[in-house]
Design a protein around this ligand. Structure first.
Ligand code: MYA
Length: 433
């Protein structure tokens, strides 16, 4: 998922009683202030590229006279530019075929070495090849939307951006959009205005499929977020998290008290809790569609989407259903995806294994219990941390299940679609990877 600090943990594992990670240290206050200053600066400064794009502009924030919906009308396809945009002369466009092992490895290596890091450059997202294949090849995907930039001659891959198609509902309108992700420019080629060319090129290729809207997330403030969410982290392996600097031992806490605080039972509590299977797709689709209908912005999943996005895939996506022991009906559902981060410059550890909460629907089982079962499974599978955004109904379990607020913020954006009011995170039902 995209564009957020890979892993910046609860600032402080301090604990009086049961509430973990209360941000009490002055460092955290400084971090929070620095973030707000950066956001204010972003709103105040010129955005040479984004000012030219059909996105909500900062000057229009609060102007409720502007209509909701597309900002620009679609053009006739014959008017969409046929030739790729020009790159600086040493570089060339290269459509990346993720079915090819060699290409997938090149993309993996580019991202492993150059993708999103936390503010302190301690962690960097390390999406696995299997994950990338899953994320980039949903039903109806376009290979032409997997765009690389190579050095002419050496063919070295130095930049990447992708789109995948998705039906996204905004209030009562279902809009076919592109979800844009994995924008990455090699560290040595930063600040040369390559990103705007790449964004224009992916836009052109999306337009060629007669699609005119997009959704994306980023850790940076751009014109203009539809909502801003916060990551919360639940320690599963607190000793490692503290050793690698992901979290800190709280004031008046010992390591053994901290380990005890985060201990989880050995087995799940909900009768009928089991891994999702292919035969569950229709029931899970019904549950999810019904659940997601309450949010202002959410995906409009059909059975093919559910099969792709939610059927378990080892080390990529884990999903569980609750099958009622009496009626055999599927009553509840929960899921998380696997996104490790590289730990930069630590002698003892190189990878942080993180689970990210995906879609959860609790009808019969209390959400708190369902998510606690997800934590138990994640711990058994040796994840170090379980992350969740404060979107959907997640706020109802975060504190109680000992998640602590991280320092990563994630901003959600729509391209060429205006929303009149900024959403609350709890009004958002969309998770981007
Ligand atoms: S979010 C993940 C982004 N990736 C990373 O953070 C990885 C590490 N960083 C890098 O690789 C580079 O720093 C990147 C920028 C590539 C991010 N989203 O080339 P530049 C604007 C959008 O000189 P660089 C994800 O993948 C910046 O404000 N714009 O900068 C979702 C400035 O514009 P302006 C961004 O640092 C991506 C311009 O780029 C982002 O060398 C969604 C500077 O360009 C960002 N994350 O490269 C993309 N960061 O002057 C939009 C910087 O105006 C999709 N910028 O402020 C839009 C929809 C398109 C499809 C539409 C279809 C209809």
């Amino acid at each position: 998922m995209s564009g957020e600090n890979p892993s910046s943990g609860p600032a402080d594992e301090s604990n009086e009683g049961n509430s973990p990670a209360v941000n009490t240290t002055s460092n955290d206050q400084i971090d929070a202030i620095s973030r707000r200053v950066q956001e204010a600066l972003s709103m105040g400064r010129r955005h040479r590229f984004w000012e030219t794009q059909p996105v909500g502009q900062f000057k229009d924030v609060g102007d409720t006279s502007l209509p909701e919906g597309p900002i620009e009308d679609p053009s006739p396809l014959s008017e969409v530019r046929q030739e790729p945009y020009n790159l600086p002369s040493p570089y060339e466009w290269s459509t990346c075929d993720m079915d090819l092992e060699e290409t997938c490895t090149e993309v993996y290596n580019l991202l492993m070495n150059n993708y999103v890091e936390d503010d302190e450059n301690m962690f960097r997202f390390n999406y696995s090849k299997e994950f990338l294949r899953w994320a980039l090849r949903p039903p109806g995907y376009f290979r032409s939307w997997h765009i690389g930039v190579r050095v002419k001659g050496s063919r070295k891959l130095v930049a990447f951006i992708t789109g995948v198609p998705a039906k996204i509902r905004v209030r009562d309108q279902v809009v076919l959009m592109a979800e844009i992700n994995f924008l990455c420019v090699h560290k040595k080629l930063r600040s040369k205005r390559l990103a705007p060319v790449m964004i224009k090129e992916v836009t052109r290729r999306v337009h060629l499929e007669n699609i005119w809207q997009a959704a994306y997330t980023a850790g940076v403030v751009l014109p203009t977020p539809i909502t801003t969410c916060q990551y919360w982290h639940r320690s599963l392996n607190p000793k490692k998290l503290i050793d690698v600097g992901f979290s800190r031992l709280g004031a008046r806490m010992t390591m053994s008290r901290t380990i005890k605080l985060y201990k989880l039972p050995d087995s799940t509590a909900t009768p009928g809790f089991r891994a999702m299977e292919l035969r569950d797709v229709p029931a899970v689709t019904r549950l999810l569609r019904n659940y997601l209908s309450q949010f202002i912005v959410a995906p409009d999943f059909d059975e093919d989407d559910v099969e792709h996005w939610l059927l378990p895939k080892e080390n990529v996506i884990d999903s569980f259903v609750v099958e009622s022991p009496d009626s055999r009906e599927i009553t509840d559902f929960c899921s998380f995806y696997t996104l490790p981060s590289s730990i930069l410059g630590n002698q003892n550890y190189s990878v942080l294994k993180a689970a990210y909460s995906y879609y959860n629907v609790a009808l019969q089982t209390p959400l708190l219990q369902l998510m606690n079962d997800a934590l138990i499974i994640a711990k058994k599978k040796e994840y170090d941390v379980f992350n969740a955004l404060d979107i959907m109904q997640n706020e109802t379990f975060l504190k109680e299940l000992k998640f602590g607020p991280g320092d990563g913020q994630l901003h959600y954006y729509l391209y060429n679609y205006r929303i009149r009011h900024t959403l609350k995170p709890s009004e958002l039902g969309l998770v981007l990877l």
